[in-house]
Design a protein around this ligand. Structure first.
Ligand code: GSH
Length: 209
């Protein structure tokens, strides 16, 4: 049985969404955010203190995008992955990682210094710089989405889950006010997916380990 440690609306949502797209059975362990402070016993299971944590037999993984690749490889074949034989393979890899490394990274810094820290430790200038950084990096998907419905291989894939989470996080942080028309339409398409909606329902209960 797959076990996913998750906090509502955190990066682990990528994994939850993929589990629902793949229709896999899983146990969801919902934690209070940030777990390192609010659930210190979690550090016994994951010394990094971060989520996601995925357990699958002897497998133990902590990187959301790597987990998407793992699930699609181990529980595929699935159209969620693009193979090296397909024309969209390079786009697939690029956007898969763009979602986390280029889009979510500056959002996380913004979140920390605008919201998460205690008021006396907030850094408005740092927050503003990283908000700007995030907005500028959106150019990396705008051109692609002006030409096509999905980021790679003319179908919904894990690359869309990776970037889709960043767009959802942007909405949560109110960093989505300058999204282009194409990006807004893309975000709306993502939100209509049945697996996305199931994942949103699954993360609702405020349970804790
Ligand atoms: N690159 C990792 C980042 C994991 C990460 O930093 N997760 C955040 C939540 S979105 C977290 O656990 N933050 C709480 C903390 O660092 O204490 C991934 O994509 O999974």
């Amino acid at each position: 049985m797959i076990t996913l440690y998750h906090c509502t609306a955190a990066r682990s949502f990528r994994v939850l969404w993929a589990l629902e797209e793949l229709r896999l059975a899983y146990e969801l362990k919902l934690l209070a955010f940030p777990p390192r402070f609010r659930q210190p016993d979690y550090l016994d299971i994951n010394p990094l203190g971060t989520i996601p944590l995925l357990l699958d037999g002897d497998v133990r993984m902590t990187e959301s995008v790597a987990i998407l690749q793992y699930l699609a490889s181990i529980y595929g074949p699935t159209p969620l992955a693009v193979t090296s034989e397909e024309a969209g393979f390079a786009d697939y890899l690029n956007f898969l990682h763009f979602g986390e490394a280029t889009l979510t990274f500056p959002q996380a810094i913004y979140f920390r210094y605008a919201t998460l820290e205690a008021p006396e430790k907030r850094q408005p200038q740092v927050a503003e710089d990283y908000a700007r950084w995030f907005r500028k990096r959106m150019i990396g998907i705008e051109a692609q989405l002006a030409r096509q419905e999905w980021l790679a291989a003319d179908r919904f894939t894990c690359a869309d889950i990776s970037v889709g989470y960043a767009l959802q996080f942007a909405h949560f942080l109110k960093l989505d006010n300058e999204f282009s028309e194409h990006v807004q339409a893309y975000a709306a398409r993502l939100r209509q997916r049945p697996a996305y909606l199931r994942a949103r329902i699954a993360e609702k209960p405020a349970a804790a380990i």
